[in-house]
Design a protein around this ligand. Sequence first.
Ligand code: PLP
Length: 286
Amino acid sequence: LLIYYNGEFVPKDKATVSIYDHGFLYGDGVFEGIRAYNGRVFKLDEHVDRLYDSAKAIALEVPITKAEMTEAILETLRKNNLTDAYIRPIVTRGIGDLGLDPRKCPMPSIYIISQEWGAMYGDLYEVGLKAITVGIRRNAPDALSPNIKSLNYLNNILAKIEANAKGGDEAIFLDQNGFVSEGSGDNIFVIKNGKIYTPPTINNLKGITRATAIELLEERGYEVAVQNLGLFDMYTADEIFVTGTAAEAAPITLLDGRKIGDGSVGPITKAAVAAFEEVTGTIGTP
Ligand code: PLP
């Protein structure tokens, strides 16, 4: 497997990060998670745009153009002969002396990792995930915005640890006000009486799969309302599903010990999964 590093391709076992890379030292960097299905990269422009927006938000100037980044991603897949893959571009502040000041780093580092990839949740797509709402809160919008896909994912990891400890497959964040935010690595949709709800993206990542799901569901005649939700709305929902590049569209059938609806995967979730399947060509199967 070859890893892209600053314009060159390095074998996986030789691809290392300097201990002085501020991405490693301080989490000073941004990243994306992208999928390729059947040799086609899904929503590549959207992911490249978000990568550059994340970088802009932390005042990190990516030293190559978006077109060059796009080509670097495609070239990484070609070099590795990958057609169904997960792709992870990372841009860090670069290598510099110890100390927080980004001016210590003259040149950002760019890494692109790719690997073969199947479905994240295996056979759970059939029965649904067990989810846990966690005590740790998603980053506040006025602090490190959850819109920035930065290398600071410790909250998300703490959420995973908490969910794992409680026997959950996925963690659901609330924000500082108690509004529903998102999963540890995916956005959330809540269905009640045939209507679909998802929180506004002030308190969660502007998910590309979320936007795709909204578009696909609306095209199929469903109404999607973007509005704040609370715990009560989730506990009394008929259906819940989460969306993400890695998770795709995954049902949640048990939340904090409460069955969602009758505890099986509901019809609108199935419609969302089917719609997603249509556009990607595959879902839920490795
Ligand atoms: N929320 C978080 C915290 C994520 O890390 C991700 C993954 O990228 C998502 C949501 C889903 O976003 P997308 O659909 O763009 O992959």
